[in-house]
Ligand binder design. Structure first.
Ligand SMILES: Cc1ncc(C[n+]2csc(CCOP(=O)(O)OP(=O)(O)O)c2C)c(N)n1
Ligand SMILES: [Mg+2]
Length: 321
């Protein structure tokens, strides 16, 4: 256990947490329009998994995408500006919260069509294979994507062509308000479903950033050296509502359930490990809070002071500089 290494993981999770708490405030102030899906509670999955990648590996995710984008190294100022719909945003203000893209960092997008990006992940992996490169494509998605036909086409083709894609299912037990037990009972055993395609599958505790990273390091090494799809089910939990439109509890789950899960807050778990191992003190956490508070405040200032896109930009390509 290395102090700087662990503190760096903690710092990344803290950045996502504080960034999103401020985003929620900005949403309430109508600085952010449209939908806003928070990743709070699930930070260990993105941070742990992406920490196992090389910078030139690809990442793609669904609409709950702020955490993946920040973990891949995107500039918080430009992410916040995108949420504000500003011209300085990652996608020049045309994508918004659900459609972040940072191609230079190989963050290939947030997608709002449930399961719609799984075939795109297969396309990325096909490109890697076709060009005889050795990257991997890491695809994050919710368990709610599993009943969709395009997800199964993606599993099938990836298995058939032995493509270097890692399907990482973030099983937070709810697809909007639908609990997995009720909505998609058929896939309750998610890993078993993947195995039916001949894809190797494993489960991991998605609240434990060290467990996620250790597993993904192993999986990434295997996929890189002998390309074939791999399926990981990370068991996780979101502490907030599905989006800013629904409450954290009271509607389809109880306050007690959320409180119980909060005891395994991924930041708390890593903090406890750091303290138990004598690697960090309260002063370290205070310092990090101050540092991250500054980063997030600067992101808000940058987004707020940036201009909205010029109306003429409507006809310009987003990805051409
Ligand atoms: C094809 C499609 N059907 C329905 C929706 C509406 N919808 C948005 S999010 C969502 C639930 C997805 O749940 P899950 O994949 O588990 O992700 P989570 O929100 O839990 O992160 C649904 C049904 C959609 N966006 N796309
Ligand atoms: Mg879900």
């Amino acid at each position: 256990m290395d102090r700087e290494d662990l503190l760096s993981l903690y710092r990344q999770m803290l950045l996502i947490r504080r960034f999103e708490e401020k985003s929620a405030e900005m949403y309430a102030l109508a600085k952010i329009a449209g939908f806003l899906h928070l990743y709070i509670g699930e930070e260990a999955v993105a941070v742990g998994a992406i920490a196992a990648l090389r910078p030139d590996d690809y990442v793609i995710s669904a609409y709950r995408d702020h955490g993946h984008c920040l973990a891949k190294g995107s500039d918080p100022n430009r992410v916040m500006a995108e949420l504000f719909g500003k011209a300085t945003g990652l996608c020049k203000g045309k994508g918004g919260s659900m459609h972040l893209v940072d191609e230079p960092r190989r963050f290939m997008g947030g997608y709002a069509i449930v399961g719609g990006h799984l075939p795109l992940a297969v396309g990325l992996a096909f490109a890697i294979q076709y060009q005889k490169h050795d990257q991997v494509a890491l695809c994050f998605f919710g368990e709610g994507a599993l009943p969709s036909g395009h997800a199964h086409e993606a599993f099938n083709l990836a298995a058939l062509w032995k493509l270097p894609v890692i399907f990482l299912c973030e099983n937070n037990r709810y697809a909007m308000g639908t609990p997995i037990e009720r909505g998609i009972a058929v896939f309750h055993n998610v890993a078993e479903m993947a195995r039916s395609y001949g894809i190797e599958a494993v489960q991991v505790d998605g609240m434990d950033v060290l467990a996620v990273r250790a597993l993904l390091r192993d999986v990434v090494a295997r996929v890189r050296t002998s390309p074939a799809p791999y399926f990981v089910e990370a068991r996780t939990y979101r502490f907030m509502g599905h989006s800013m439109a629904d409450p954290a509890h009271g509607h389809y789950r109880t306050r007690d359930e959320v409180e119980e899960e909060r005891k395994r807050d991924p930041l708390l778990l890593l903090r406890q490990t750091l303290v138990k191992e004598g690697l960090a003190s309260d002063a370290d956490f205070k310092r990090l809070e101050k540092e991250i508070g500054g980063v997030v405040a600067e992101a808000i200032r940058f987004a707020d002071e940036s201009p909205f896109p010029d109306p003429g930009a409507l006809y310009e390509d987003v990805y051409v500089e």
